[in-house]
Each structure stands twice: as C-alpha cells, then as structure tokens.
Design a protein around this ligand. Structure first.
Ligand SMILES: *Cc1c(COP(=O)(O)O)cnc(C)c1O
Length: 465
C-alpha cells in the first residue's frame, strides 16, 4: 500500500514510512493512495469473530509490504486480546429499542484512544528495531491523548516520550494517569503556562528541522495515519454485530479533531453499510457550524464538561476535504491557505452538498450534556461519561428513532470524569480495579518554564537515568 499527501507535494511512502513520519513534509496529512474494499461476503464473514481477528482482516491491506501477516497478527493479539480488559474488546450495550452505545473504554487508560495508541506503540517498536533507529515522541496534552500515548510507549526500547501538560490545569486523575508511569523512557513535563503554550512549544520544536532530525522527533496525535486506521475496525465490529451488511447502521461520534469519525467515513468508503455519521460536538462547534452554513471557520475555544473535545480546529477534516476535492492537492492547499490567512473558508457548492450527504451534526451544550446523563441514568441505570452523553443527545436529535440502529461511541469511562458524572446523576463512578490505587501511587514529573531552549536542552538529555 502506498500513501500520498493531501497537499500533493510530499514523497510517496509505504505504511512503515508514514507511521514513522507522522506529518507529511509539505504540511499535509498522509492518506492511502487507493482504499481497499470489502465485499458483502467479506463483511458477513466478520460476524462473531474475536476483535483481533476482525482487526486483522480490516487492517491487512493497509500495511501490505511493511508487515508480514504473522507480524501483524502477533501485534493485534497482544493489543486487543492482551491489553484490553473486556472479552469483547469493544462491547455494545443496548439502551433503548433502537439505541446502543459502543464501549471503547476498556483499555489501559479508559478512553478510546487506547485502540490506536496501544497498537501504534507496537508499530514504533517494530520499525525502530528493524531500522536500528531511535524515536523521540513529543506531545502536549490537556487530557486523554497524553496518558494513552504514554501507556502505548512505556518501556519500549528505542522510543522516548516527552509529554507536556499545563501545570495545575489538568484534572488530578488525568495528571496521575501520566505521572505515575515510572519508566526511564517516559518524561512528563509540567509547563508554567496554558495548554496553548504547550502546543506552541511542541510546534516550535517540530519546525526546528535541525533539532527534529537530531532527535528523531515524531508525533502521536491523530495526524498519524496509523491512528485513524486502527479506529476503522470497531465500526466493522459493531455494524456486523447489529446485522451488516444486510442492515444499515448509523453512528454518532463525540468529535474533536475529526479523527474518530473520519475512521467511520473510511469504513463506509470500504463498503460498510453505514447510513448516517453524526458529528456530535460540544460548544466548540466548528464542524456543526460548517454543516449548517458551508463555512469552515475558526472560533473561540470554550472549556466544557467534555474537555477532550475542546478543540476549534479539526485537523483530520483536511483528509475529508481531500476526498471532497476529488483527491486534488491544489484545492486542499487553497482551502488551507485561506484558513491560515483569513481564519476560514467557504466550501464550494458541490463539496458542501457531499458533506451534507454523508454527515449530520449537532452542537450539545453543557446543560444538555448534564440533562442527558441524568435522563439516561434514570431510564436505564446506565452511567455515561460527558463525552458519550454529547453523542447520545446528538443521535436522538439527528436520527429517526425507528430507522437504522443508532450506535453512539462511548469514548471514555465515566470514572475519568467523575465530578461531572456525580453532579448530573448522583452516582459516584468507580475506577476499575487496575487503577483503584491511582491516588496513592508515586508520581514523577519535572516543571519547566515556558521556554523553548530549556525544553530542547531537557529533550537532548534523553530519558531518566
Ligand atoms: C479524543 C477524544 C474525543 C475526540 O476524538 P477526535 O478523534 O479528536 O474527534 C472524544 N472523546 C474522548 C473521551 C476523547 O478522549
């Protein structure tokens, strides 16, 4: 499988190349040159298989030429049978006659990001060993990505990970999920500043090409194709469990960076019978506004009950634009230049129509989120986290009650956002057994000023001695 950049001016790479590179050198995002497709018969054959086996059949064409079947199988088994705590890996729970939630929080850090980052850590391990290279992962986090990336990379021989968080501005559970991982290759850094300061530091390090090449810098955010790829699998697993390919299914996806829902779009393009994909956003509603107006326009960022979606620029939207534009890099570059220069752009008529044909979107504010958590708990006893509640509400608003089954992706465990859950439902969600002593574990992190030179000096020192 070959991969091309959405801006059309970067080297064409294989799966190994795009996994190691992350972002394309022309500023674009890598996508497969051509999407594989599964026949109705292939899809029917997925029913009832173990999750790791479904993953093997869906992922295999994307990694062709970079991994053997045996290598891929071993990694998928270790990830989905080994690192997840539920026998079904991604279980469906029924809430109403036609409503389900797809629980994606049974991995080590209790959020869906484990599905991709547990696997990505294994890809990094494999490819660095094969090349005899080292990688340095640098990221900034306000929430779930940091802990999932750290769990995916902890203890891996050729990988060091430096994760920045804004000092005093992440919840205690979220900080401790990162800082209690005591491994030599894991360096947590609290920055005296905001999340935006952290992101600016990361960006500056990536733009310093000499530094970037010297330490082998790479990113683990969802611009990395391997993350999107891993997330395609659970759409196939859930839809076939509910009757695909004979029966169409709709999905509602709590959305920030457009990575998770873009994976659903790819599943649909590969032949899965998906009716509608609902973009569920909180008050950070750039995508819901785009659906309503045809303009993609940056807005202010608000703090909400669902902080992992507090994002106003959805980087993976560029991958969808590339498809809308008939896979023409020049058009994508024009759109993206307008976004940088003017803070937004209007979609061409045909592109806007195609967007509306595939997606629906709804904005759900904090009051509606809390009311949904309360109503779902009262009706069913089910305790949803705030991100999942945004998805459930958007599914109710956008999809007919008796049409295709409505599946909401449950992206986080309620105990990760305990305060909001207690306030809305009166229920105190408990952390799973493997994390019950989180508040008593030893922490390790250092604090740095918001200063690029200090950060680079620390990265050059490497992991803990
Ligand atoms: C990251 C995250 C999201 C948003 O996913 P995107 O791929 O960025 O759209 C939603 N919910 C939770 C709990 C998350 O951690």
């Amino acid at each position: 499988m070959k991969y091309i950049s959405t801006r059309g001016q970067a080297d064409i790479l294989d799966f190994e190349g795009v996994t190691m590179a992350g972002l394309a050198r022309d500023g674009g995002l890598y996508v497969p040159e051509a999407l594989p497709s599964l026949s109705a018969e292939d899809i029917r054959a997925l029913r009832g298989l173990p999750y790791a086996e479904i993953a093997f059949r869906v992922i295999r064409p994307f990694v062709e030429g970079s991994l053997t079947d045996a290598e891929l199988k071993a990694m998928l088994d270790a990830t989905y049978a080994g690192a997840f705590r539920h026998a079904a890996t991604a279980p469906l729970v029924q809430l109403a006659p036609n409503d389900w939630v797809l629980e994606l929080f049974h991995g080590p850090t209790l959020a869906f990001k484990d599905f991709a980052l547990q696997l990505l850590g294994r890809f990094f391990d494999h490819f660095t060993a094969k090349r005899g290279e080292r990688l340095t992962i640098l990221g900034a986090t306000s929430g779930d990505t940091g802990s999932a990336a750290i769990e995916g990379c902890r203890g891996r021989d050729n990988v060091s990970i430096f994760m920045l968080h804004p000092k005093g501005r992440v919840s205690e559970v979220q900080r401790r999920q990162m800082t209690t991982v005591i491994e030599k290759n894991v360096v947590n850094i609290a920055i005296d500043g905001t999340f935006d300061d952290c992101q600016a530091l990361v960006k500056a390090c990536f733009n310093d090409h000499a530094f970037r090449d010297r330490v082998g810098l790479t990113a683990v955010n969802s611009i990395n194709w391997a993350r999107v790829m891993a997330q395609i699998v659970y759409y196939f697993a859930a839809a076939t469990a509910l009757g695909a390919p004979e029966r169409a299914v709709s999905f509602s996806v709590p959305t920030g960076n457009f990575g998770d829902i873009f994976a659903g779009y790819i599943a649909k393009r590969m032949g899965l019978n998906i009716d509608k994909l609902v973009i569920a956003t909180n008050s950070n509603d750039i995508l819901a506004r785009t659906l309503k107006t045809g303009r993609y326009e940056r807005g202010d960022v608000f703090a909400t009950l669902s902080p992992s979606m507090d994002i106003q620029i959805s980087s993976n939207f560029e991958r969808f634009l590339f498809d809308l534009a008939g896979r023409d890099g020049d058009t994508v570059r024009r759109y993206m230049d307008a976004l940088t220069a003017e803070g937004g752009f209007a979609l061409e008529g045909a592109h806007y129509d195609a967007l509306k044909a595939t997606f629906a979107a709804e904005r759900v504010d904090d009051a509606q989120t809390a009311a949904t958590m309360k109503a779902v708990h009262e009706a069913t006893g089910y305790v949803a986290d705030p991100h999942t509640a945004v998805g459930i509400k958007a599914a109710e608003d956008c999809l007919p009650a008796t049409g295709a089954p409505r599946v909401t992706l449950a992206t986080a465990h309620p105990a990760k956002f305990g305060d909001a859950v207690i306030k809305a439902t009166g229920v105190t969600p408990t952390l799973p057994a493997h994390m019950a002593d989180l508040m008593d574990r030893e922490e390790r992190y250092l604090t740095l000023a918001n200063d690029m030179a200090a950060l680079q000096a620390r990265i050059l020192e490497g992991g803990w001695s």
